[in-house]
Ligand binder design. Structure first.
Ligand code: CIR
Length: 256
């Protein structure tokens, strides 16, 4: 059974962390309705939703992806790079303890789940403003005994590695070459985003279908042109908080 962990949009979302965007008003009602539609899209693709408790004081709590990296053998509870987000991990750890053995990133390490792109047994990790060298080393120590390799990747001009590249089919990476160099990835095919849509490289692959934002219609055409199946969602409000479609869930195989 495939599980998708999500959390309600916090009423504090309008005070979210921002790194690259100017602050613009967020419609909370609309953000919550869009989040529900996103959850329905996950369910329509066969995920069982598991909810984390709402954190009304934590502005960015809906972006649960950043709080953990869930692999088949274990889950790594992160230490988010933004100090304001550190306490979000407590409830993620409590929930994931029911599904996986846990390992923890500890000070001085920092790591955001949005920086970790899992491709088979390789974990590509963005060296971003959020994930530091100590965090990446700790991640490697936790996962290497299980046969994974960790490869650090340089980024420029974006928040997380998964802002720059995500998997849209086995062996096929949707990528914005302005944010990350394709040579960082071994043995992959690439599909470039439409240059008019710099944030179009963030997609959620569930089975053989992709949850993808309505805000990137030109790149969507490129995905369709490759024969990929796309489920469109409107994320206009969390996009103002620098969230993409991957950020709002943690997807993994649960018990059958
Ligand atoms: C932050 O800056 O932490 C949030 N406003 C956005 C986090 C987006 N997370 C993600 O892409 N994994």
């Amino acid at each position: 059974m495939r599980i998708a962990v999500t959390r309600e949009v916090s009423e504090a979302l309008p005070r979210c962390e921002l790194s690259y965007l100017q602050r613009s008003p967020i419609d909370l009602e609309l953000a919550r309705a869009q989040h529900r539609a996103y959850e329905e899209a996950l369910e329509s693709l066969g995920c069982r939703l598991v909810g984390l408790p709402e954190l009304p004081e934590q502005a960015d709590a809906v972006f649960v992806e950043d709080t953990a990296v869930v692999l088949e053998e274990l889950a790594i509870i992160t230490r988010p790079g933004a100090e304001s987000r550190r306490s979000e991990t407590r409830s993620t750890a409590a929930l994931l303890a029911g599904f996986r053995r846990l390992a923890y990133i500890q000070a001085p390490g920092t790591l955001d789940g949005g920086d970790v792109l899992v491709v088979g047994r390789t974990l590509y990790v963005g060296r971003s403003g959020r994930s530091n060298a100590a965090g990446i080393t700790q991640l490697a120590k936790a996962v290497e005994p299980h046969g994974y390799t960790v490869t650090a990747v340089e980024l420029k001009g974006c928040l997380h590695l998964k802002t720059a590249a995500t998997l849209v089919a086995p062996g096929l990476l949707l990528i914005n070459p302005a944010f990350v160099d394709r040579h960082a990835f071994a043995d992959m095919d690439f599909l470039e985003v439409d240059p008019r849509e710099p944030h179009a490289a963030n997609a959620v692959l569930v089975g053989h279908r992709i949850i993808y934002p309505r805000s990137c219609p030109h790149t969507r055409e490129r995905l369709l042109g490759r024969g990929l199946q796309v489920v469109s969602v409107d994320m206009s409000e969390t996009e103002k908080a620098e969230g993409g479609v991957t950020c709002s869930s943690l997807i993994f195989e649960g018990p059958t």
